[in-house]
Design a protein around this ligand. Structure first.
Ligand code: IFM
Length: 477
């Protein structure tokens, strides 16, 4: 069950979800700060103003990562902490925070995997049109340049954009995420065009400016499907669902829209036409900007529907059995999807893959014994990792796995309702408690996956702090 020798084991977070200190040291506001001020848009009226207070507690958080033996940490920069107005004036204090974070990671031998954009678009640029402004790719390039100049002596691994369907679709069509717009399809495609060009410009800048040879990735989230069985016709149906012709009901979730321009230099006119009669003009020159060579594809994977081949091989979604397992977010639990996600993306685009996010929210609290018992997270992660191992064993290039998330954090429109962390955060006191899954994950990391072969819950190890120091004990169910 082991993974290859240099497989990377990590966990992920993003700036707005954990940092807090929303106006400290001159940080500029982002669309999420503004969105959270609106009534009724975030569960419980929560905001990311304090979140996990990671801005002040990053040292403790890195020490926790080290105790979990993490080899890498995927975090995002807050654009408006570095450039409070989005372009122009640079905040030295903002840069210094990330200096401290990166240096602390490196002191602990944890590789920083930096994401440039995880949804917190600078508010000052939003009022200038945001992603609808044709200047937005240049704004993102300028920001990338500042980041590369400052940090690329220490950061080698980069992701440009995280999950465009969410910040573009949920944010600009659904209106349920910041900036809360309900644009028509033609404007949505215009914003998408600019965001994908921003990705391309950012890759160009990283290649030009990085002091160490960069390993550059992109982390779209693709809605894939799982074949109901492994017959050739059902596999083909699942692949068609994943990359085939657009189905209007799937709207902005259609995977090829965010993948083909970036990885093939092709604008999926067929998919656009299903939703929009007069989409924006996308020239070959625009596509050439989007289609920069990258080194890795980040796959964020949580859940997928199952399909079978219907009439003429058309994919048909198979209804779930009543009572099938689901997460706290009510997402289905579909570990085999991790295998199919790697396989389908690898077959179509041929890039090495890193699982840039995977995890679940569950109902976790600190128990009477002072621990957080989260057997569901252990079982879920064990199953998904076994499925990932299948892809790895079949020879697909899988280079790493980042669990979402390191910490319980601000889950966007859901506020603090959902706990995704392997580390519990008490948001009243900011006390961190490693959940059982964090201790278990350490055994997986230390054994490079071999620990997955044993019963995951029974064999988890718990480190107990006593007056005599730290004692490791096998977890007792
Ligand atoms: O918390 C989010 C993250 O910011 C992006 N991917 C999905 C996670 C869980 O919803």
């Amino acid at each position: 069950m082991q993974f290859k020798e240099n497989f990377i084991w990590g966990a992920a977070t993003s700036a707005y979800q954990i940092e807090g200190s929303f106006d400290t040291d001159g940080r500029g506001l982002s669309v999420w700060d503004a969105f959270c001020e609106k009534r009724g848009v975030i569960h419980g009226g929560h905001t990311g103003k304090v979140a996990c207070d990671h801005y002040n507690r990053y040292r403790e958080d890195v020490a926790i990562m080290a105790s979990m033996k993490l080899q890498a940490y995927r975090f995002s920069f807050s654009w408006s902490r570095i450039l409070p107005e989005g372009v122009g004036r640079v905040s030295v204090k903002g840069l210094e925070f990330y200096d401290r974070l990166i240096d602390t990671l490196l002191e602990h031998d944890i590789a920083p995997y930096a994401t440039l954009f995880h949804w917190d678009f600078p508010q000052e640029l939003y009022v200038r049109g945001g992603w609808l402004n044709p200047e937005s790719p240049n704004w993102f390039a300028e920001y990338t340049s500042v980041v590369a100049d400052r940090f690329s002596d220490r950061v080698s691994d980069w992701f440009t954009l995280n999950e465009p369907p969410c910040f573009l679709g949920l944010g600009h069509v659904d209106g349920t995420h910041a900036p809360g717009l309900k644009l028509d399809w033609s404007d949505f495609f215009l914003a998408t065009k600019h965001a994908l060009m921003a990705h391309g410009r950012s890759v160009q800048v990283l290649r030009e400016k990085c002091k160490k040879t960069p390993n550059i990735g992109y982390a779209p989230i693709s809605h894939i499907a799982i074949p109901v069985d492994e017959s050739p016709e059902n596999i083909l149906a699942a692949e068609k669902f994943t990359f085939g012709t657009q189905d209007a009901a799937r709207g902005f979730w259609f995977a090829r829209l965010y993948l083909d321009p970036v990885l093939k230099g092709e604008w999926p006119e067929d998919a656009v036409a299903v939703l929009c009669k007069n989409g924006p003009k996308v020239s070959n020159a625009d596509l050439a900007v989007m289609n920069q060579p990258i080194d890795m594809l980040g796959l964020n994977f949580y859940a997928a529907p199952t399909v079978r081949a219907g009439a003429e091989g058309k994919p048909e979604v198979v209804a779930e059995n009543p009572g099938s397992p689901r997460t706290g977010f009510d997402w289905s639990i579909t570990p085999e999807g991790l295998y199919w996600s790697v396989r389908f993306h690898h077959e179509r685009y041929g890039l090495p893959v890193v699982i840039s996010e995977n995890g679940l929210s569950s109902l976790d609290w600190v128990h009477e014994d002072g621990k957080v018992h989260d057997p569901q997270r252990i079982d879920y992660t064990s199953r998904y990792l076994k499925s990932l191992h299948r892809a790895h064993a079949e020879g697909y290039a899988v280079d790493g796995y980042f669990h979402w998330s390191l910490l319980d954090n601000f889950e966007w429109a859901e506020g603090f309702k959902h706990r995704f962390g392997m580390v519990h955060v008490d948001f009243a006191t900011q006390r961190r408690t490693l959940k059982d899954s964090a201790h278990w994950y350490r055994t997986v990391v230390e054994s490079n996956g071999a620990a997955l072969a044993s019963n995951p819950v029974r064999n988890a190890v718990v480190v107990v702090e006593t007056s005599e120091g730290k004692i490791s004990t096998p977890y007792k169910c």
